[in-house]
Design a protein around this ligand. Structure first.
Ligand code: AP5
Length: 192
């Protein structure tokens, strides 16, 4: 199974690149952000609770996203592999994901880390905010908070995966196709 984590700060292009990777390698895209927004749209209790945190740019509790991922793994048993986008975001989530995948005999093969400057992230997110309808894309303060959450809670995961020998670093600035080409090169190395 080809299980890949796309790792990077908000606005680094994880969702954009995940779509291209799944179509090239026939994988399934698992984005916890998309799953949470679907809960918000459906007006579920979970969605309402998550919305309060997401609108401020804060992470939702680990057990919520771990449970959502577990359900998706169970409902896609025939998958060739998964691209995890925006998950894991804490060491607890990374440990839980390792546990879930080891149980299924399908560990993570590689983690692709996208590097993008803070200035570019802010520019991309605020520009998307004009049309996305996402409350967390609307102002610089919230974007800053999302980046702080990333730096403090998520970035330490790079070390976690580096220790496992799974971390691949890619420059995330340039055209979408240029970045995809760099990612495909790393995925082809991972597959060998
Ligand atoms: P989530 O939906 O995961 O958002 P995010 O990580 O903040 O990421 P974004 O969707 O903003 O950016 P991206 O890296 O996917 O880039 P994209 O391709 O969209 O999470 C939202 C919230 O949900 C979190 O804050 C948290 O509250 C909660 N949450 C989610 N998962 C969680 C978890 N595991 N644990 C706890 N809480 C969780 O691109 C961004 C923009 O840039 C787009 O407009 C795109 O068109 C543009 N763009 C992309 N590539 C380029 C390029 N090369 N050049 C120019 N523009 C580009």
């Amino acid at each position: 199974m080809l299980n890949i984590v796309l790792f990077g700060p908000p606005g680094s292009g994880k969702g954009t690149q995940a779509e291209k990777i799944i179509s090239k390698y026939n994988l399934i895209h698992l984005s916890t952000g998309d799953m949470l927004r679907a809960e918000i749209t459906a007006g579920t209790k979970l969605g309402l609770e998550a919305k309060m945190l997401m609108d401020k740019g804060e992470l939702v509790p680990d057990q919520i996203v771990i449970g959502m991922i577990e359900n998706k793994l169970d409902s896609n048993k025939q998958a060739v592999g998964f691209v995890f986008d925006g998950f894991p975001r804490t060491v607890k989530q990374a440990e839980a994901l390792d546990e879930l995948l080891v149980k299924r005999n399908a560990p993570i093969k590689g983690v692709l880390r996208l590097y993008v400057s803070e200035e570019e992230l802010t520019k991309r997110i605020l520009s998307r905010g004009k049309t996305s309808g996402r409350a967390d894309d609307q102002n610089e303060e919230i974007v800053k908070n999302r980046v702080v959450e990333y730096r403090t809670k998520t970035e330490p995961l790079a070390k976690y995966y580096e220790t496992q020998g799974k971390l691949h670093q890619v420059v995330g600035e340039g055209s979408v196709d240029e970045i995809s080409a760099l990612l495909y090169k790393e995925i082809d190395k991972i597959k060998r």
